[in-house]
Design a protein around this ligand. Structure first.
Ligand code: DGY
Length: 323
């Protein structure tokens, strides 16, 4: 029997590429650029499995083709708002993701952003590298103390919880959170956290607001101008979730008017485009979507995709099926 034809849309860690080539008739796309909609449509016509990443867009229009050969999209990543899952389901295409394995590294990046923006780490490094540091003095580059402050977490899933744990047990912070569904107080206490009933209640208490909810239609512009205005003066916004959770224009306006003190961002509305207005702002830390970017995590993500499509082609239910 011929082996399933699989297309990997980017270069993946070598061990994962080897595992895929071992098990499937695998094509490794040699480019590290996003596939165009036409390329994706062509791939859906010709491969049994397509393995996309967050930066490959699969809107409803690409599923309008007939016939589609692809039976499974093994997404490399936990977030899947770049795939029109309803349109995929309509065509009988199964979608899987890679939850769990990137929890710690994404929570670490959120902590890195929080600390860097509060303590002006990016700004300090830029000053030193530019040869502009004049030496220690009591008023040089004064930041904001983190220990003992309140962090407000929006979305208390795996990553939100891991971040709460770091903030509370690592940095002595008070943790409040908003989550759509109730989290038992015993469970919340394990993370040193307290659930509040609304996003607004969290914004009213938090010195740092960190976003850990999914992207996509349900949370689009969850943080908008009124909610930025509802943050405490002097508060910071951290986003490692998805760019579309924040209205980027409203964020720029809030930073320019000093409605909030700063922001730490790993994700953007139109990645890899980062608004020009953000680049010169010293009170903003900008990372290029590095949440899961460690050797261990990227390999584990890839291996999850291998497990998902292996299960599927062996007639079992893929462990991380989202549709
Ligand atoms: C994810 O897994 O969703 C990360 O953002 C990287 O894709």
């Amino acid at each position: 029997m011929s082996r399933p034809r699989v297309l990997v849309t980017r270069r993946w860690p070598a061990a994962v590429e080897a595992a895929l080539c071992d098990r499937f008739d695998t094509t490794l796309r040699p480019h590290n650029t996003a596939m165009t909609v036409d390329e994706i449509a062509e791939a859906l016509r010709n491969y049994d499995a397509l393995l996309p990443t967050v930066s490959d867009r699969l809107p409803a229009s690409v599923f309008a083709l007939t016939p589609i050969r692809t039976k499974i999209l093994g997404n490399f990543g936990v977030g899947f708002n770049h795939i029109d899952v309803a349109a995929a389901m309509d065509k009988g295409v199964v979608v899987t993701n890679t939850p769990g394995v990137l929890t710690d590294c994404t929570a670490d990046i959120a902590m890195l952003l929080l600390l860097t923006v509060a303590r002006r780490g990016g700004e300090g490094e830029r000053q030193l590298r530019a040869g502009e540091w004049k030496g220690w003095c009591p008023t040089h580059m004064i930041g904001t103390k983190v220990t003992g402050k309140t962090v407000g977490i929006i979305g208390f899933g795996r990553i939100g919880k891991a971040f709460a744990q770091r903030c509370h047990f690592g940095f002595g912070m008070n943790v409040v959170f908003y989550n759509r569904s109730p989290v038992g107080s015993e469970e919340a206490e394990r993370y040193g956290a307290r659930q509040l009933p609304t996003v607004e209640a969290v914004l009213a208490e938090a010195d740092f607001v960190s976003l850990h909810c999914p992207g996509g239609a349900e949370n689009r512009h969850l943080i908008n101008a009124p909610r930025l205005a509802a943050m405490k003066p002097g508060a910071f916004l951290i986003n490692t979730a998805r760019g579309d959770v924040v209205d980027e224009s409203a964020l720029i306006a809030a930073l320019e008017s000093r409605t909030i003190r700063g922001a730490g961002l790993d994700v953007y509305e139109a990645e890899p485009q980062v608004p020009d207005a953000l680049r010169p702002m010293e009170n903003v830390v900008l990372l290029p979507h590095l949440g899961s970017a460690t050797e261990e995590t990227r390999t584990a993500m890839g291996m999850k995709v291998v497990d998902n499509i292996t299960a599927f082609f062996e007639g079992r239910d893929p462990p991380d099926r989202v549709a």
